[in-house]
Design a protein around this ligand. Structure first.
Ligand code: NI
Length: 260
């Protein structure tokens, strides 16, 4: 197995433990052809010791390069970038919480935990321990911060490329199939985010609740979810490669506690 394959296999196995629905959906769609991964998404904080560039390192070591695109999500106080690979491996989208836009308590909680040891995405997981009180405090400030605290550095979602699927007319057809198969979808901003004019349409499941043990207390919280993306060619015939901030903004809400 190549380094890239090992990296993604580890991330996939870890992700499926948090999100068993991902493996189920993968199996369901595999019956209809090749399931190709459009991108994965990772979350962190905007900090020199554990920021976007630190998470990117394992991917850069495998030949990935940052694209020039920079995304900003004002209301969620996030910024994001993504990496691409010349051999067509899945894009890697990494977002980060802009700590200087929050109450200092958010950074005071997260920075010591997340920067205690160097990030290595070859070993996904959460190397720190959690407690319910801290989780609730973070949740009061940001759904994203609370999710990151509870789950750490792992794939927040994998994304099925609708372009590569056989047997579905388009993403709308696929979403209908998933709903009929019993999967709850994220409807914030509409079932399908984006448009053909924007060259990207996306949808996602709602993260299924998972029981996490915090100290001596177990708590049900939204885990990971599955995204679906359909890309369209631009006027020159090139398939759109990036992301649409307004759509991604709504996709982030797939792990919201209120939505679940
Ligand atoms: Ni995504």
């Amino acid at each position: 197995m190549s380094d890239v394959e090992t990296l993604f296999t580890n991330l996939w196995q870890d992700y499926c433990e948090i999100s068993p629905q991902a493996a189920e959906i993968h199996e369901l769609l595999s019956k209809r052809g090749n399931v190709h991964n459009d991108h994965i998404a990772l979350r962190t904080i905007d900090h020199p010791d554990c920021g976007i560039e630190c998470l990117a390192k394992a991917f850069e070591d495998c030949g990935y390069q940052f694209t020039d695109d920079v995304y900003r999500f004002e209301t969620k106080h996030l910024r994001a970038r993504y990496l691409a690979h010349a051999d067509g491996h899945p894009r890697v989208f990494i977002s980060a919480l802009c700590l200087d836009e929050f109450d200092v308590s958010v950074g005071d909680t997260l920075v010591p935990l997340l920067s205690a040891e160097p990030v290595d995405m070859r070993h996904p997981g959460r190397p720190w321990s959690c407690n319910v009180e801290t989780y609730e405090n973070l949740l009061a400030h940001s759904e994203y911060a609370a999710w990151l605290y509870a789950f750490g550095w792992r794939a927040n979602h994998f994304t099925v490329s609708v372009n590569h699927l056989d047997g579905f007319a388009d993403i709308a057809d696929l979403v209908t199939f998933l709903q009929e198969s019993g999967y709850a979808m994220n409807e914030s901003g509409g079932l399908i985010k984006g448009s053909e004019a924007q060259l990207l349409r996306q949808a996602s499941t709602l993260a299924a609740p998972i029981s996490m043990v915090f100290g001596d207390e177990a708590k049900e919280l939204p885990g990971c979810y599955v995204e679906f993306a359909q890309r369209y060619p631009d006027a020159d015939g090139n398939l759109f490669d990036g992301f649409i901030a307004t759509s991604a903004d709504k996709i982030f809400e797939s792990t919201d506690t209120q939505a679940n």
